[in-house]
Design a protein. Structure first.
Ligand code: HEM
Ligand code: HEM
Length: 132
């Protein structure tokens, strides 16, 4: 049960942080401090989702069930991939200035995708757990 609660804890934290990360980028970009929040919060969100992913994999392994046998698991994998791609692309736009337009576009796309997928994963997780 400890792993299940850890999974839910990290994923809920990840969802709240991702909402704040995208919210700051979308609505508070005029504030001078927006990137000071957006950047570390984005990395923290990705770390939370990765920790939640690791606890889920160990939880399912220990239960003896097959891995990645429910749609929730695949949705979760896509979520974590987007949540890792977004900060990587966000960081790269400061490093590879010649490709900035392209990197910005894909940073936005993966950023929005990460938020939407996190929300859908959380809903499908509640469903898999029989809560809704
Ligand atoms: C999971 C982490 C992250 C997510 C989900 C995310 C998401 C987003 C989104 C959705 C936007 C576009 C907002 C809009 O439509 O106006 C944006 C913009 C931006 N983000 Fe992130 N971000 C993340 C991490 C980072 C990191 C780590 C950095 C910097 C190292 C960064 C730098 C930027 C910058 C500079 C912009 C403005 C780009 C532009 O003008 O299009 N982001 N981010
Ligand atoms: C962002 C949100 C979430 C993500 C990205 C996510 C991701 C995952 C992944 C990848 C697995 C499968 C691991 C494997 O098969 O090896 C999994 C399993 C599971 N998750 Fe989540 N999860 C999220 C939220 C939740 C929530 C909110 C709950 C419940 C309240 C939940 C309940 C479960 C359960 C019960 C399993 C085991 C399913 C099985 O028996 O195969 N998840 N999750």
């Amino acid at each position: 049960m400890f792993l299940f609660y850890s999974h839910v804890f990290f994923m809920t934290a990840g969802l709240l942080i991702m909402t704040a990360v995208v919210g700051v980028a979308r609505f508070l970009r005029r504030k001078q401090w927006w990137l000071k929040i957006h950047r570390p919060a984005g990395i923290t969100g990705a770390v939370c989702l990765s920790a939640g992913f690791a606890t889920a994999v160990v939880m399912v392994y220990q239960s003896g069930d097959g891995q990645f046998e429910v749609p929730h698991a695949w949705l979760g994998l896509a979520t974590v991939l987007c949540a890792l791609a977004a900060p990587t692309l966000g960081y790269l736009q400061f490093k590879i200035r010649s490709k900035i337009q392209h990197l910005r576009l894909w940073h936005r796309r993966t950023g929005y995708a990460a938020l939407i997928l996190t929300l859908l994963s959380a809903l499908s997780g509640l469903f898999v757990a029989g809560i809704i």
